[in-house]
Each structure stands twice: as C-alpha cells, then as structure tokens.
Design a binder for this molecule. Sequence first.
Ligand code: CTP
Ligand code: MG
Length: 231
Amino acid sequence: GMVVAVVPAAGAGTRLGGERPKQFLPLAGRPLLTRTLMVLEATPQVQAVVVVCPPGAEDETWRACVEPYGLAKVAAVVPGGAQRQDSVAAGVARAARLGAEWLVVHDAARPLARPELFARVLAAAAQTGAAIAAVPAADTIKQAGEGDLAQSTLDRSQLWLVQTPQVFRRDLLERALAQATADGFYATDEAGLVERMGEKVKLVMGSRDNLKITTPEDLALAQGIMGPAMR
Ligand code: CTP
Ligand code: MG
C-alpha cells in the first residue's frame, strides 16, 4: 500500500526561543525542516510527503525549505493548528486524499533519524497496525512534586523514551484522531491516541542520536552528530 509521511512543522519553537520557529533555523547551512525532508527523500519506502506548517506560512515554507532542494516527494504544504495533534490531523486529511494506506508521522524537529529506522518501524507496523521508534530510558526518571521535591522513582526497566517516526495503518490513525477530538483528549504523540483505543503499538528500537531539537544546545549537539563533513 501507498506510504505517505506527514511532517508536523507548525510549532512555535518556544523552548528553543529563536527569532523564528526552530524548523526554519539553519542546521549545517540548510533549514532544519529541509534536513528532515532530505532524510525522507532518501527513504525508499516513503512515496510522498505532506508538510504541515504554521497557518499562512505555506508559500514561504515551500519557497524557503522545499523548492531550492529538489525534494520531489513533497506533494503538499498545508496549514497546521494550535496543538500538534491538530497539525497532524490536517496532514493526515491531506495524505488520505493522496491515497495513503500507511502514514508515517515524523517530527520536523528530528533531522537525524536514518532511513533504516523508517524501514524497521514500517516493517513492525505491517505486523501490528502501529509501531513507533523509542529507546529504553538510560537515566532514572523521577516524578516531581510540590517545590521540585522528588515524589517517586519510576521503574526504569519498563520505561522507553518515545521518538518519531510513528507509523500507523491509515484507518487506525484516522479513527484514533476522530475519537480523541470527540472526547477533547490531547496526547503528546499520536501513538497515545491509538493506545487509548486498546490497539497494539509496537515499540521499535530507535537511536539515541535521533534527538528532537528542542533547546538551543540541541542545535549544537545535532551539528556535532552530523560531523565535520556536513558543517
Ligand atoms: N508541531 C506542530 N504543530 C503544533 C505544535 C508542534 O506541527 N501546533 C510540531 C513542531 O513543529 C515539531 C513537532 O511538532 O516539529 C514536535 O513538537 P515540539 O518539539 O514541541 O515543537 P514546538 O511545539 O515548535 O516547540 P515548543 O514546544 O518548544 O514550542
Ligand atoms: Mg511543542
């Protein structure tokens, strides 16, 4: 079936605090969003890409991040919404019109995911209907209470840190998004919506260098991981 990637790139980048949203800031001389789209371009299983940008920024996103770089798979740039989930829903609606059977949701802010990771997550999703990249927690994770006092220590052996790509059979994600909207439920990832319907979501070993650019130091880290050849 046809595989379409939906790239949410409609956030404000508040935690990074740049002059523009982080997806438009340069990483090794090209916009972060472009770096992420280049990975999808190099992933043979992905046939088309829908980019979701801040409302009103469609033309500029196309001109600055897509057109100059020969990204032939980008089929559409559509406006997103206030919450990530709204942005993903907008991208999913467009991907459905392209005939997608499988949806690959991948953050614009994760430019270091490799094509082989997409291949493995897609293969796992073919078995279960949904699969996501994640890595076992390396650090101990505590729940904080009032005044940043440690309240409890979670059992690290059962904790995974969730990444993207997240892959879903199209009808499954559409149903999960519709149900969440009806219930006024918001999750920080799409898999959370699928889980709450009691559906299987397979965790696939991601890579610790598939970091999400969130704070200013992450930009420098990403430069370092990309290596001198790319700088
Ligand atoms: N995103 C989106 N629409 C939103 C919010 C987020 O498409 N309304 C996208 C971001 O552009 C990013 C991805 O979802 O590619 C992951 O979100 P996050 O890292 O939180 O990015 P921002 O929301 O932009 O950053 P912040 O939370 O610091 O404002
Ligand atoms: Mg955010």
